[in-house]
Write a protein of this length. Structure first.
Length: 560
């Protein structure tokens, strides 16, 4: 009869709980301070707030104890003597690893369960128990523990060094978010006009970053991260299974090695070279010059960083300084990196000069000061023409007046492309400039949408201030809702359609002598009768406009 493979060994399980009691005891003490002790003497409302806060604090606690527990439970794998002794025991590897993993997860989830029970007993005794929120905390805390401990277990199998383990763990937790920011910065330097603020899309691959966006709503006991936490929990289990499969094939003699899995050694070289090239290159570039467009300097700095990263990784793996025989591998990497950097810097890929065809654009958003979405093809075509001229003028020296605009294209194929450009013109040459043309398009669109929505009316206006400079000092006055609405309806809207006033900020700040603004705040009703406040800032450049004439009347009335 064939013997069955056991995935559990009671002796290993209990031994870990006894040996590493300081780990789970310190975790339990921390949770008791954070939850039941913090609740003592607080009102019921504050209990709910404490639970909500600890859902966020729990991310840090579980992330920290995930790696601490893994370093304790799997510490035997990192020293030649202990791993040889462990390998000689009559315990199959499957049972060895699984029992260790179970003991660690029991330490983490068990401390949460004890904390939950003590907190519940305290609330029941104080007559203000909220079982739902405590159960939410327990469930979320347990799923966080499974994910972070699963990740730490996988990291533990990948290396043979106890000191490298926490480094890998931190890198895996933050890799995508940090890498996104580094690559984004690189592209901003090399690709003229490159701009993106879609980093939130990638935050899901950086667990700690993503988890902090999920919160418990105090009214209704609703946690908005259930789906994500369930996925992370499942991923944690999958990583634990992956760690088990790798551990079965892991060679015992890799104890104390930086990389315990042979096939991953070339990966480490590449990652170290790439990471050091980005980090060293970008930091030194910002220190030395802090300007865009110096491709060769950036390439040299990145090659220096890549050289350091490539050969330091080799030294760590070989445990020797005699590693420069690997130079052909670095040369191949350097050639590939040089081709990419030079291709981006000198626009061999056409990214800097890219503009879409009008028929390819579904909508076009313009910002950042006023978020306007254009759908009219004529307006889109006009902005694309401005876009082309801004690219053509990229090598011109900036003039006195500099503003910035963001163009965000939503294409018919589903892609979104964002660009960021300076808008500049000589003093006194605003008329006919690209800034004036863009200002006209944006103001017209904003005014038309405000007119159609009817969201600004006498009842919705909460306050309105007029500020101006009279030649010696700044002055301001507050006008009534009725006066503000009449000014808005009869003067500001028609003037905005004719670009006599600016609702967007592409013309540049007026000089002191012509400085006049109207700040109008109004409220909008959302679902469930909840109101939120919006504002409109109007810049006046033409004193002879409708708005200018009406404001003069109001100022005269104020002086009288």
């Amino acid at each position: 009869m064939r013997s069955k493979t056991s995935f559990f060994n009671k002796a290993v399980f209990l031994s870990n709980l006894r040996r590493f009691w300081p780990v789970w005891a310190s975790c339990l003490m921390l949770w008791l301070i954070l939850l039941p002790v913090s609740m003592a003497g607080q009102e019921y409302f504050n209990h709910n707030q404490i639970i909500a806060i600890n859902l966020q604090v729990g991310i840090i606690v579980n992330a920290a104890y995930g790696i601490i527990t893994a370093m304790a439970v799997y510490s035997f794998m990192y020293y030649p003597k202990s791993v040889s002794l462990w390998g000689s025991l009559p315990v199959k590897r499957e049972a060895d690893f699984a029992s260790g993993w179970l003991s660690g997860i029991v330490m983490m989830i068990g401390t949460g369960l004890v904390t939950f029970l003590i907190s519940l007993i305290y609330q029941l005794c104080s007559g203000s128990a909220d079982v739902t929120k405590l159960l939410i905390w327990l469930a979320v805390n347990s799923m966080q523990a499974v994910f972070f401990y699963g990740l730490a277990s996988l990291c533990a199998v990948l290396t043979g060094s106890l000191f490298v383990l926490p480094v890998i763990y931190v890198i895996f937790n933050l890799l995508v978010s940090v890498l996104y920011e580094l690559i984004r910065t690189l592209l901003v330097i090399l690709v003229y006009g490159f701009f993106t603020y879609d980093g939130e899309i990638y935050s899901s691959f950086s667990p700690i970053v993503k988890m902090f966006t999920w919160k418990l709503r105090e009214s209704g006991s609703v946690y908005d991260g259930w789906a994500g936490m369930i996925i992370y929990c499942a991923v944690g289990i999958v990583m634990a299974i992956g760690a088990l499969l790798l551990y079965r094939k892991r060679r015992l003699e890799t104890a104390s090695d930086v990389v315990a899995i042979k096939v991953l050694k070339p990966v480490l070289r590449f990652c170290m070279a790439f990471g050091c090239a980005l980090v060293f290159g970008l930091i030194m570039y910002e220190i030395i010059i802090h300007e865009k467009g110096h491709t060769i300097l950036l390439l040299v700095l990145m090659l220096i960083g890549a050289f350091v990263g490539y050969f330091v990784s080799e030294m760590l793996m070989k445990k020797s300084f005699r590693v420069f025989k690997r130079w052909p591998g670095f040369v191949v990497y350097a050639v590939i990196m040089s081709a990419l950097v030079l291709g981006l810097g000198y626009d061999l890929f056409g990214l800097s000069t890219w503009t879409p065809k009008t028929e390819e654009v579904q909508s076009l958003s313009i910002g950042p000061d006023v978020d306007v979405e254009l759908t009219d093809k004529a307006d889109i075509a006009a902005v694309i023409d401005i876009h082309r001229r801004l690219i053509d003028k990229k090598d011109e020296a900036p003039s006195e007046v500099i503003m910035y605009t963001v163009l965000k294209y939503k294409l018919a194929n589903g892609r979104t492309v964002t660009r960021h450009y300076p808008l500049y013109y000589d003093e006194g040459e605003y008329e006919g400039s690209d800034a004036q043309k863009l200002d006209s398009i944006v103001n017209k669109e904003v005014a038309e949408k405000l007119q159609q929505s009817g969201e600004i009316n006498e009842k919705s206006i909460t306050q309105c201030y007029v500020q101006w400079y009279d030649g010696s000092e700044y002055k301001s006055m507050e006008i009534t809702s009725r006066q503000a609405y009449e000014l808005y309806k009869n003067c500001i809207l028609p003037d905005a359609l004719e670009s006599a006033v600016s609702l967007a900020f592409y013309r540049g700040r007026p000089t002191k002598d012509e400085y006049t603004t109207v700040y109008l705040e109004y409220k909008q009703r959302e679902e469930d009768s909840v109101y939120y406040y919006k504002s409109l800032l109007v810049w006046l450049y033409d004193e002879t406009s409708r708005t200018g004439a009406e404001l003069e009347k109001l100022k005269t009335g104020l002086n009288n």
